[in-house]
Design a protein around this ligand. Structure first.
Ligand SMILES: Nc1nc2c(c(=O)[nH]1)N[C@H]1C(S)=C(S)[C@@H](COP(=O)(O)O)O[C@H]1N2
Ligand SMILES: [Mo]
Length: 509
């Protein structure tokens, strides 16, 4: 302990313990809330940023066996440096752990899901590290302020004991948090393990010929699962094993039905391209995605249950308590409203509702797309209120016609001459008949359209314009099947979806 007096070892050790305590606290909170912890997010970000071959190697077990220890070693060294620096600079923990927290924040923001809970966990971990290091540093400084004679007196012993106690407390926080994290993470791991070996009677998607227009920078016609937007009201993400899942259909029906996952898969599977969007999507926004959904149609199930007269809605409830009231007609007419088990040919991810969620073409997600759905009560709008309708959003939730310019991007700089303008347009379950483009306030001209399998998906469009050097604005509007043109009147997303036309401004030179 005498060596502790002047050496930086104790400072370095304190730095490591405080840093690891922060990581452990983040891990515990994230696991309790069923989210990815920051370290995993950073690992993911790093893996996605390195070149392809290295990335693939990093996904394999061999790669992991090397990259994870290297990553941890780097973190430990950094924490040791932070600890030592605290001896001279009181702000070293704030800055040093701040760098790690910042990296974590970037990684979390890069992910599509659960950002708020992840950031709260990260903030808590950061605070724990800073407070732990600062407090430990104060104690250590008092020990080291003693001169050689004093160091062996009762005062010296007390101060050393103080220091060791605080290091012990921090280490205990780290230890307990790690155990809590491991324990809380079990459920999620069990679901992931089950999902990984799920064999579902579904097919892989193949993008229909001609759906994609020839324009670089257009968002893909089929949205990859990891790019598909996510909306969740609950802080913590439910973990439901398919083998435990049950759906009860009841209420104004002749005969209640309870289905297990196996029961569901005994039925005929339907598969379809369906574009799902959020009522909160602003004009030009990204809360929309198109996927190949596989599942079981709801209409035959409801027919089997025998819907009684007077019913006009189905109150769907998720295992997380979220609910929505869906117009009954949209679930019983000829559209492919389904209990989906797979997205783009693979079991739903936990984030998108594993093992079962509802998908209804032509309705916004907030009135129809219940993730982790476990209960459907056939009822009347007059008798129920659901999560979002209680908060002032419209009851019926039909999608509105919309269109978007993807390229050129807002603010882009391009060579003058022929410029390709392209994007997408959608009016699910009605269909898009045409798309028109207006350049610099000139006449509306027809764009060329990609071909789509049916009316339930978005349509890509493309046009060209010959542009002189200068600033230009392109605006798009869609025409729905039957001829009605998308309105230019601007409406807010609340209460039932935005309207207005999307424009981008860019320069050519
Ligand atoms: N359980 C549950 N289901 C939910 C929600 C939710 O918050 N909780 N959000 C809804 C909303 S508003 C939309 S737009 C869609 C989004 O589905 P996604 O997150 O799979 O893209 O899910 C719907 N289903
Ligand atoms: Mo939504």
């Amino acid at each position: 302990m005498a060596a502790m007096k002047r050496s930086g070892v104790a400072w370095a050790l304190a730095g490591v313990v405080a840093g690891l305590a922060g990581i452990a606290v983040d891990y515990a909170l994230a696991s309790l809330w069923n989210q990815q912890h920051a370290l995993a997010a950073v690992a993911g970000l790093v893996r996605d940023t390195v070149p392809g071959p290295l990335e693939n190697w990093g996904r394999e077990n061999n790669g992991k066996a090397i990259t994870i220890p290297i990553g941890l070693a780097l973190v430990v060294v950094l924490f040791a440096v932070v600890g030592r620096a605290t001896r001279r600079f009181w702000w070293a923990p704030v800055a040093g752990y701040g760098v790690v927290a910042l990296l974590g924040t970037l990684a979390v923001l890069d992910a599509t899901a659960g950002q708020l809970p992840q950031l709260v966990a990260l903030g808590a971990g950061y605070a724990v590290s800073v407070v732990a290091m600062t407090t430990t540093g104060e104690r250590l400084r008092r020990v080291q302020d003693l001169d050689d004679e004093q160091a062996v007196t009762p005062l010296g012993r007390t101060r050393r004991r103080d220091f060791l106690t605080i290091v012990g407390v921090v280490a205990a926080v780290a230890g307990v948090s790690t155990v809590v994290g491991r324990f809380a993470g079990r459920g999620r791991r069990a679901v992931q393990d089950e999902r990984a070996i799920a064999r579902l009677p579904v097919t892989s998607p193949s993008v229909p010929q001609g759906a994609r227009v020839d324009a670089r920078g257009v968002r893909p016609w089929m949205t990859p699962v990891e790019e598909f937007y996510l909306i969740d009201t609950s802080f913590s993400r439910p973990r439901v094993l398919a083998r435990d899942w049950q759906l009860r259909i009841h209420g104004l029906v002749d005969a209640e039905i309870t289905l297990t996952f196996d029961d569901l898969l005994q039925r005929e599977v339907t598969e379809d391209w369906i574009t799902l969007n959020c009522v909160s999507n602003e004009v030009g926004g990204g809360l929309i995605g198109n996927a190949w959904w596989s599942g079981v149609r709801l209409a035959p199930l409801l027919a089997e249950a025998g819907v009684q007269d007077g019913a006009d809605c189905v109150l769907q409830t998720s295992v997380d308590g979220w609910d929505c009231s869906t117009p009954l007609a949209a679930l019983t007419d000829d559209r492919n409203a389904m209990l989906a088990v797979a997205m783009n040919g693979e079991a739903l991810t936990i984030e998108h509702g594993y093992p079962v969620r509802t998908i209804v073409p032509g309705l916004y997600g907030y009135v129809s797309g219940t993730k982790w759905v476990v209960d459907m009560e056939v009822t009347r709008f007059a008798d129920v209120e659901a999560y979002w309708t209680q908060r002032g959003w419209g009851e019926m939730g039909p999608v509105k016609i919309a269109s978007r310019v993807d390229v050129p991007a807002e603010g882009a700089e391009l060579p003058a001459g022929e410029v390709v303008v392209a994007g997408s347009a959608w009016m699910q379950h009605t269909g898009i008949e045409g798309v028109e483009v207006q350049v610099d306030g000139g006449p509306w001209t027809a764009a060329e359209l990609g071909t789509v399998p049916d009316a339930d998906t978005w349509v890509q469009w493309r046009a060209t314009a010959d542009l002189a050097a200068g600033e230009h604005t392109v605006t798009v509007r869609a025409v729905q099947a039957g001829g009605e043109v998308q309105t230019s009147a601007v409406a807010d997303v609340l209460p039932d979806g935005a309207t207005g036309l999307h424009s981008v401004t860019f320069t050519t030179s």
